[in-house]
Design a protein around this ligand. Structure first.
Ligand code: F6R
Length: 614
């Protein structure tokens, strides 16, 4: 959420900042801004509500200068107005600050500054930082920033420039990522690798409590959470990323590109991890040997949003294959109920970004109480990955669209690998292990075959898009799929989409079924198929239009002729693996519905990628 970029070097900063902001726009797109230090130290600021392209129109040619910082915002304190956009400056216009995160004591600091006669011009928490830096008596910019930070409580990734110190950018991190990128006689800073990879893949990640002075020649790091600034040693290292993976290429949107990449992403997460001989998986990163795996009596999965729903899919798989009690819980709620942490429970944190604050805080709570947590994380080196005792990297590649698709698929597969291993150290037979491995190996091709039906799914999506309200229903393994389908649909189409257990319909929500309220029903060919089909009859009898996601050969009887009925057959695999194949068409339906409505699926309103605030 929110994006920071910065540049110092031999080139004009403004065009580079705009380019970097464009690449971070998925992190927040309410407003954008930049501050550039011109020769002689004049500080120029441009900022406005709206998209980066709107800001680009406002940045005049005279915005010359080779040092600058920029920001794209997802509003927390105060609405998305020009005044609330970052950078924020002190009254004299000599300090500019961009900030991600939330300062918890901002209101008391605002009151203190106002009592002192400072005129605040925004509703934000960040503005206090610019004033605190300006008021510090320290001789160096680092000292001033450290003074300011010693007064604030909360989370931040931030970058500061000051007209009196035109040869440097000072950055700091506490709970919100900050990366320094090393170029040739130039340096970059960013909150996300996406903004840097075009210029450099040699980077240093700051730790919480660390700050850095960045000049055109290099960078120096310090701890600022000690009484005095204390130098730290941090080398930049090359990261193994393909800059092309951050490009949209020929695709119409990132979400479309990321959906289409799923077969390849599925291959990557499985690669080198399947043991066909013993019908199990290799997951060295878990840091758990067979004895430790056997000692696990319960599995508790924690994630937010789609990561929580795929966690529910994972829990069913673990329970079925390993016969260990397993459940998933929203990480955002977990720590507030003062959870009992059990020594023989394996806690699993699931996160694409590895930054989601609720998931990170849940991990910290578990570890503080002595529990063991492993992470299923996509972004290598992210906060959650670093905080966990071990884990499975997802290798989904960068996910830019706000709605998660390929990361979710790789999460599901990582859960399959975990379930397989937990099962095989217990009573899951080698034959069953091999059966599952064969199923997993077929998946990339099967996912592709669903994606190949894009045109057919686009037609169904058009019909769903006209409805203001929809149901997504499923049972047991299908229920988290319904939750994920409803989530994807509401997130990018702004239609009301509600997930329900099929079995619960007649206990209330059936009252809402009418010819205007379609139901997307998940009816895999499993032990519940007959009951599921019976429920569809109850919907059809009330004229509810149906889209049924099922398997070839499932007999829907006379429902096939029901008005508004559409059937989508997905390929058969092992029952335990069904959920992911049922999920893929729901992504495609949501995507095409949004497209049909003329909405930007990559940047849905009110949302942003990676929720780094509570
Ligand atoms: C939905 C979506 C969100 C994320 C959630 C967790 O499409 O993208 O619900 O799944 O915010 O994000 P991560 O996985 O980064 O922790």
């Amino acid at each position: 959420m929110c994006g920071i970029v910065g540049y110092i070097g031999t080139q004009q900063a403004a065009p580079l900042l705009l380019e970097g902001l464009g690449r971070l726009e998925h992190r927040g797109y309410d407003s954008a801004g930049m501050a550039v230090l011109g020769t002689g130290g004049a500080l120029r600021v441009a900022k406005r509500s709206g998209r980066v392209r709107d800001l680009a129109e406002e940045v005049p040619a005279r915005f010359g200068g080779k040092v600058g910082i920029g920001h794209t915002r997802w509003a927390t304190h105060g609405p998305a107005t020009d005044h609330n956009a970052h950078p924020h400056t002190d009254g004299a216009g000599r300090v500019a600050v961009v900030h991600n995160g939330i300062l918890d004591n901002a209101s008391s600091l605002r009151a203190m500054l106002t009592d002192d006669g400072v005129e605040l011009t925004s509703d934000t928490d960040t503005e206090v930082l610019a004033h605190l830096v300006a008021r510090s008596g320290a001789e160096t910019l680092e000292g001033r920033v450290a003074d300011a930070l010693s007064a604030v409580e909360g989370t931040y990734g931030l970058a500061v420039v000051h007209a009196d110190f035109p040869d440097r950018i000072v950055v700091a991190r506490n709970g919100s990522p900050l990366i320094v990128g090393v170029g040739d006689k130039e340096m970059h800073v960013a909150s996300d690798l996406a903004a840097l990879v075009r210029y450099t893949t040699t980077v240093a990640y700051l730790d919480d409590g660390e700050m850095a002075t960045v000049t055109a020649q290099g960078f120096t790091t310090y701890r600022h959470d000690t009484a005095q600034l204390h130098r730290t040693h941090r080398d930049a290292a090359r990261v193994d990323v393909d800059p092309a993976a951050y490009e949209i290429g020929e695709h119409e949107s990132f979400m479309h590109a990321e959906m289409l990449e799923q077969p390849r992403a599925a291959e990557r997460v499985l690669r080198g991890r399947l043991d066909e001989r013993f019908g199990t998986s290799h997951l060295g990163g878990l840091n758990l040997d067979a004895r430790e795996l056997r000692a696990i009596r319960r599995v508790k999965i924690l994630g937010c949003g789609s990561a929580y729903y795929v966690g529910q899919m994972g829990a069913s798989m673990i329970e079925e294959l390993a016969r260990i009690p397993a459940d998933a819980e929203a990480a955002s709620e977990f720590r507030y109920r003062d959870p009992v942490i059990e020594p023989d429970t394996l806690y699993v944190a699931v996160s694409q970004s590895g930054e989601t604050i609720d998931t990170l805080l849940a991990v910290q709570e578990i570890r503080r109480k002595g529990g063991r947590v492993v992470g299923l994380v996509n972004v290598v080196g992210s906060a959650i990955a670093r905080e966990c005792d071990g884990g499975i990297y997802l290798h989904a590649g960068p996910e830019v669209a706000v709605a998660s698709t390929k990361a979710l698929t790789t999460m599901f597969l990582a859960f399959s690998l975990l379930a397989l291993q937990l099962g095989r150290v217990r009573d899951l037979s080698i034959a069953d292990g091999k059966r599952l491995i064969a199923g997993l190996q077929q998946l990339p091709e099967q996912i592709q075959s669903v994606l190949d039906r894009d045109d057919e799914l686009a037609e169904v999506a058009k019909r769903l898009a006209v409805s203001d309200s929809l149901f997504f229903i499923g049972r047991v393994r299908g229920f988290p799929v319904a939750r994920e389908g409803a989530q994807k649909f509401k997130e990018i189409t702004y239609r009301h989409a509600e997930a329900y257990q099929t079995s619960e319909l007649k206990h209330g929500p059936l009252a809402l079924i009418s010819e205007d309220v379609p139901t997307v029903a998940l009816v895999p060919d499993d032990e519940l198929v007959e009951r599921n089909v019976a429920a569809l009859h109850e919907i059809a009898a009330r004229r509810g239009p149906l889209v049924v996601v099922t398997h070839e050969g499932v007999d829907l009887g006379d429902l096939s002729a029901a008005p508004g009925m559409h059937r989508i057959d997905v390929p058969r695999n092992e029952r335990e693996i069904d959920p992911i194949l049922l999920t893929i068409p729901l992504q495609v339906l949501a995507y095409h519905a949004a497209k049909h409505l003329g909405l930007d699926a990559d940047k849905p309103r009110n949302l942003a990628k990676s929720v780094t605030v509570e």
